[in-house]
Ligand binder design. Structure first.
Ligand SMILES: Cc1cc2nc3c(=O)[nH]c(=O)nc-3n(C[C@H](O)[C@H](O)[C@H](O)COP(=O)(O)OP(=O)(O)OC[C@H]3O[C@@H](n4cnc5c(N)ncnc54)[C@H](O)[C@@H]3O)c2cc1C
Length: 468
């Protein structure tokens, strides 16, 4: 394969752009495809939401170095940006850097990636064939060759439906004009839609609680607003998180607030409610949600609007001709599953990991960023930045740098893991209760001890070498 071919980055979110910065720092050619008309398109769909991690954790180190060279003024380390500020103050200037700008293709949706001349089944010679990327832009189908692929497409564009079946609930598509997925801008652009209405929020994660917080604010302004909260969890307290033990105080506050809204009666909880159907009420001006609660038929009637925040799932459709693997439960990169499995950890903390853990069966293909976590909701940008630093080091042949993984993450302070699951490993679990901490020392892990599959490149020593 020609070594002048670029690395193709799919997705121009924070992690895709960090990969671009890492490649610039190593003087390696790249091309970046972004579906949206703007860089950070998915972040912009939650632009009104304030992040819970401060700037300190939100800027990639290679990107920062490049930006500082041009006189960029870094935002205050301890301030928490909104999604819009993340894009305007950081991603946008990064994307405009001379070394990056001309390699970004906006409004370019990647539809398929494959090895040139190879279908998925064909093995001999596969690793030396270039990748082909098929993308659509302005109604045209185009192709480009690449030496490596970094898939940083996130999961935001493929939200889970409201039904626990994984499929849309009956009527979910039919009543789509009364349903929004994610975190709508409740206090500004969608205010008229929600003010004084009967609204149901479905889901138990941070996104659901963000929407409840905004709706609560709206209810203080327009008291006729009614807020219902539907959870599949048995007990609503499981959704409250680590509270003041959370290493990111703003994230901890989210759960504490939700608790307060439930206690003061402003949020009506329905749990464990499994939704099966959404249908128009008899008078046809409102909707009903139907399903089961504790195995009994259950419904909420006279609803105007539903906000679905039941998480998101990775999209593998454009990878069909590549040899990729994903964990059967979490749909994450397989080696990450044990680190982020919500059955074991409700923590945002994850052991430092890099290129070795992110390897796919297809050589020089990596899934990074929030997509690497699959359905687990605990991804943090700092994790993704370290992932792409390590991946790009390996692509550059700098295996020492690829293996030395450093990560400095705040913890959630949550312990949700049953002792039976943790067993002897409880002490090592990130869910072990810890005293409140706001900052953490970087942990350095050389993954030589974390045996990690076969080397990607002929020159690379195997970390499974028994002499180690
Ligand atoms: C409301 C909210 C608040 C969050 N707050 C924090 C926080 O405080 N701290 C923190 O560390 N993390 C936070 N996160 C988690 C995480 O950091 C973000 O989700 C982050 O945006 C993930 O970055 P990413 O680059 O992996 O993916 P994304 O930001 O989702 O970017 C993926 C990009 O790929 C593009 N794309 C998708 N498919 C294609 C395709 N086929 N072809 C071309 N382009 C494509 C999309 O348009 C998008 O721009 C938050 C997440 C949400 C939703």
């Amino acid at each position: 394969m020609s070594n002048t071919l670029p690395t193709a980055i799919i997705g121009g979110g924070p992690v895709g752009l960090a990969a671009a910065a890492q490649l610039v720092k190593r003087n390696m050619p790249f091309v970046l495809f972004e579906r949206g008309a703007h860089i950070g398109a998915s972040v912009l769909s939650w632009e009104h939401v304030r992040m819970f991690s401060p700037w300190e954790f939100n800027v990639d180190s290679a990107a920062k170095d490049l930006l500082l060279e041009t006189g960029w003024i870094a935002p205050e380390q301890d301030q928490m940006p909104t999604g819009k500020e993340l894009v305007q103050l950081y991603l946008e200037p990064l994307s405009q850097l001379e070394q990056i700008k001309s390699f970004i293709h906006l409004e370019s949706t990647v539809k398929a990636i494959y090895r040139k001349g190879f279908d998925k089944m064909k093995t001999a010679g596969r690793n030396t064939a270039p990748f082909m990327i098929e993308y659509e832009t302005q109604g045209q189908k185009l192709h480009v060759e690449a030496s490596a692929i970094i898939d940083a497409t996130g999961t935001w564009l493929t939200p889970n439906p409201m039904s626990a079946s994984g499929n849309f609930a009956d009527g979910e598509k039919e009543h789509a004009d009364h349903i929004l997925y994610g975190i709508p801008d409740i206090l500004e652009s969608n205010k008229a839609r929600y003010a004084g209405k009967n609204i149901v929020v479905v889901g138990s994660g941070h996104s659901a609680i963000q929407s409840l917080t905004l709706l609560h604010e709206l209810k203080l302004q327009v008291p006729e607003t009614t807020i219902h909260w539907v959870l599949r969890k048995k007990n609503v307290s499981e959704a409250f998180g680590g509270g003041e033990n959370d290493g990111l105080p703003a994230r901890g506050v989210l759960g504490s607030r939700a608790n307060q809204f439930v206690q003061n009666g402003n949020v009506l909880v329905h749990t464990p409610f499994l939704i099966a159907q959404i249908k128009a009420d008899e008078e046809r001006s409102t909707l009903s949600l139907l399903g089961t609660k504790d195995s009994q038929d259950y419904s909420i009637d006279k609803i105007d609007e539903v906000i679905v925040a039941t998480g998101a799932r990775p999209d593998f459709t454009f990878l069909r001709e590549l040899r990729y693997s994903a964990d059967s439960a979490i749909e994450s990169v397989p080696q990450l599953a044990d680190l982020i499995d919500p059955n074991l950890h409700s923590c945002g903390t994850v052991r430092p990991h890099g290129e070795a853990e992110l390897r796919q069966p297809e050589k020089n293909f990596y899934i990074v960023g929030s997509k690497s976590y699959g359905r687990a909701p605990t991804f943090l940008l700092a994790t993704g930045y370290e992932q792409v630093r390590s991946v790009v080091a390996a692509l550059a042949g700098d295996y020492e740098a690829a293996r030395e993984v450093r990560l400095n993450l705040p913890e959630t302070g949550v312990c949700s893991a049953p002792k039976s699951l943790l067993g002897e490993n409880e002490a090592a679990s990130c869910c072990t209760p810890k005293p409140k901490k706001l900052t953490f020392k970087p942990i350095t892990v050389t993954t030589a001890s974390d045996c990690c599959g076969s080397p990607q490149n002929d020159k690379e020593p195997s970390c499974c070498d028994s002499s180690k």
